[in-house]
Design a protein around this ligand. Structure first.
Ligand SMILES: [Mn+2]
Length: 431
């Protein structure tokens, strides 16, 4: 979920603007003012890793995770790891991967952050360019020329391997999964040395920030690398919490911690990157084609180039803002010219608290022949990919292309409407 948003300065109450608040700075908050809250909601332990002005609530489980990660990293000193992001990495994935790399570096582990797909959202491109975020694109066809034997382990950050085209090849090459840190719903039974999956946490950036706060790496505001990483984490956690509008206490605490290091101007520059013409066109198509039923807005947008596929979640972000709509699903056929493949790609966005995107998508589209689900999600967002298989491939005949789209459009709509409107689709109550 990314949109242009008010700067964080508007969200953090400036103490001097509030006559009731007599604190001179948020960092000198009287710790007794915060402690009781922390104690009543969490089991806390004494916190000494970094002076933060007040105690950061941390559950026993979280403390154990910090210790377990520390031990895992310690065990792998001197090694080289490959950090794999989802094929179409978002700010949460990019920033979390970077934070992991910096933490691992502290343990003398060298990391390369890679993704197989493309950076298609203008904000993600701006983020990577403006912060010099150390990430590499490893398109699948180039994999043969890579030397995987230099890696002793792999880290999956903001994913569980199910959305990364690179993972099967890495496993085949015998590279073990050392670390998984994610906030999506548990996908498959994952075998890794260290696993921290928190489906109820809004952003992986929040989890990584907690690791920083716990002292796995002490941020230094004089290090431009640390400042840029903190800025991207701020962007990551804002973008996965709808600009903090859906943030929970732990996200605000993480943002408060990052606010000591991040560069507000840099974040503004990233957020101000504008929408491309192609994205505007796809949003226009989604508006034109949408049908609204039972507060769901559903739109097929036809064919898209691979580089424009991020227009789909952006269109879903836009459609969900309509009055009386709580959930939007946008999908299209994405054509990958490099591999001459076609895939139905879709995104779901919802404001409805009781709707679980992961469950909804799995229920709507089911599994493929290998038993893998076509998609999944996290809180308030989800996505799916359905390969066209034998029907894949561009054709000269526009008549045929139109026919093919109609078939897939109808099929996807039918699957969605079965859930959106059960009465109408199961008149005998057979839902
Ligand atoms: Mn995320």
């Amino acid at each position: 979920m990314q949109d242009s948003l008010p700067s964080l300065d508007n969200l953090l109450i400036a103490p001097e603007a509030n006559p009731v608040n007599t604190y001179s700075s948020p960092l000198t908050l009287d710790s007794t003012a915060i402690k009781p809250v922390a104690k009543s909601t969490h089991q806390t332990e004494s916190f000494q890793a970094q002076p933060f002005g007040y105690e950061v609530p941390r559950s026993l489980e979280q403390s154990q995770k910090v210790e377990a990660l520390r031990q895992t990293l310690d065990k792998h000193r001197g090694e080289r790891q490959i950090v794999v992001l989802q094929d179409f990495p978002d700010p949460d994935a990019l920033s979390s991967g970077w934070a992991y790399k910096l933490i691992a570096q502290k343990f003398d582990i060298q990391c390369d952050i890679v993704y197989a797909g493309t950076l298609s959202h203008q904000e993600n491109i701006a983020l990577v360019k403006l912060t010099s975020l150390p990430v590499q694109r490893w398109a699948l066809p180039t994999l043969k020329s890579r030397d995987l034997s230099v890696y002793q382990g792999c880290a999956l950050v903001d994913n569980q391997g199910t959305t990364c085209g690179l993972v099967p090849s890495l496993l085949q090459a015998g590279i073990p999964i050392t670390v998984v840190i994610d906030h999506h719903s548990m996908q498959e039974d994952i075998k890794a040395e260290f696993v921290d999956i928190r489906p109820h946490t809004r952003a992986t950036a929040t989890i990584l920030t907690q690791y920083l706060q716990a002292g796995l790496l002490k941020l230094d505001s004089n290090s431009s690398e640390h400042v840029k990483c903190a800025t991207s984490l701020m962007h990551g956690l804002r973008s996965d919490t709808n600009a903090l509008r859906q943030a929970q206490e732990e996200d605000f605490l993480a943002a408060a911690f990052l606010s000591r290091y991040y560069d507000a101007q840099l974040l503004n520059a990233v957020l101000q990157s504008s929408r491309s013409r192609q994205v505007m066109d796809v949003i226009e198509r989604s508006l034109k084609n949408r049908i609204v039923q039972n507060n769901f807005s559903i739109a097929g947008v036809g064919y898209l180039r691979y580089d424009d596929r991020d227009a789909i979640p952006q269109a879903a972000d836009f459609l969900v803002t309509e009055e009386n709509v709580h959930t939007a699903v946008v999908y299209g056929i994405v054509h990958d010219e490099d591999e001459d493949l076609e895939v139905v790609v879709g995104s779901l966005r919802t404001n409805k608290i009781t709707l679980d995107p992961d469950e909804f998508i799995k229920e709507a589209f089911g599994q493929d022949a290998q038993g893998r689900f076509f998609g999944g999600g996290r809180s308030q967002a989800g996505g799916f990919e359905i390969p066209l298989g034998f029907l894949s491939g561009f054709t000269e005949s526009s008549e045929y292309a139109k026919m093919k789209w109609t078939v897939f459009d109808t099929q996807v709509k039918q699957k969605l409407l079965r859930l959106v409107n059960p009465e109408q689709h199961f008149p005998n109550g057979m839902n």
